[in-house]
Design a protein around this ligand. Structure first.
Ligand code: MN
Length: 306
């Protein structure tokens, strides 16, 4: 088959040692300052390079060298979009992402490891990356695919200047469009009911199976990842889903799935975020042109592996 082969890699969050171990496992070789595959395979990185882990700069350097050298494609995650907003003033002169304690805490590891001028330079490069990739038989998005959101953001161009501002004003259609792609849709549990998420926080919001018709489903049935901690309660604010069942293979990250081994979500959908940085593992998938996912083609690297 003449299709370009890709290796998709989920959320890295500053874990450069695990990333380099994964690249070696997938057969990429360090050549000069980049990693390349002898058979011409390319990596697709699914976003969330920054925050949390101990070697954020090294992760960014590896991803950038591979993208600039033509050995990888990369999309943005919510942590990159958040960083752009955190470091960019809006029309009122205040940061597009307020410097509140919880928002600063999410970004703290990056702030500790790279100075502001350095972060600025990284953001200028990250802004050139797309939010989605449509490679025909294969698509990639950080959290949730939507044809409308993907084509709108692809046409909008780089997320910088007026474009970043336009898509960062809370409670606007632009903000919601980007949120669908990098955060995924959510709905709310009844007032007073909360569930505990993977990182231990109590939340009223539930992340959703954005590929399913969710009408009439309870939070337990509609929530993703599926955990026993989500109560069997009704949801409010469930969005209308129009994800076609015949859509091509789509890879995403973001959801920090707590399972011991990776598996497809459906025959053509795979989440490659298994919570590296939260005690989980780095996950990849070797794609060779197949139109349905093969459960044997996932690869993992445990946290702490070198
Ligand atoms: Mn994410």
């Amino acid at each position: 088959m003449n299709t370009q082969a890709y290796d998709l890699i989920g959320d890295i969050h500053g874990h450069a040692d695990e990333l380099h171990a994964m690249l070696a496992k997938l057969g990429y070789e360090k050549t000069g300052c980049t990693h390349a595959h002898p058979a011409g395979r390319k990596v697709v990185f699914l976003g969330d390079y920054v925050d949390r882990g101990p070697k954020i700069r090294e992760v960014l350097e590896t991803v950038r060298a591979m993208v600039d050298g033509g050995n990888a494609l990369a999309i943005l995650g919510n942590h990159e979009v958040n960083a752009m907003r955190y470091h960019t003033p809006g029309p009122d002169g205040l940061p597009l992402r307020p410097h509140e304690d919880t928002k600063t805490a999410q970004h703290q590891a990056t702030l500790n490891q790279i100075d502001t001028a350095g972060i600025r330079q990284w953001i200028d490069w990250l802004a050139k990356l797309p939010l989605t990739l449509d490679l025909g038989p294969l698509r990639a998005v950080h959290a949730a695919w939507s044809d409308r959101a993907a084509s709108e953001l692809a046409q909008a161009g780089p997320l910088e200047g007026h474009t970043l501002i336009k898509y960062s004003m809370p409670c606007t259609r632009g903000y919601d469009t980007i949120s669908w792609l990098v955060n995924g849709p959510e709905a709310k549990l009844p007032r007073g009911i909360k569930h505990r998420t993977a990182d231990g926080t109590l939340r009223r919001d539930v992340r959703l199976k954005w590929w399913k018709n969710l009408r009439g489903l309870t939070a337990r049935e509609a929530g993703f990842p599926e955990t026993a901690d989500i109560p069997d309660a009704p949801l409010t604010g469930v969005p209308e889903i129009d994800y076609p069942a015949e859509a091509p293979i789509t890879f995403f990250g973001h959801y920090a799935v707590e399972e011991d081994r990776p598996a497809p979500v459906t025959p053509r959908l795979a989440c490659l975020d298994y919570g590296l940085g939260k005690g989980g593992f780095l996950c990849a998938y070797r794609w060779d042109g197949e139109t349905e996912l093969d459960p044997h083609k996932f690869e993992t690297i445990k946290q702490g592996a070198k």
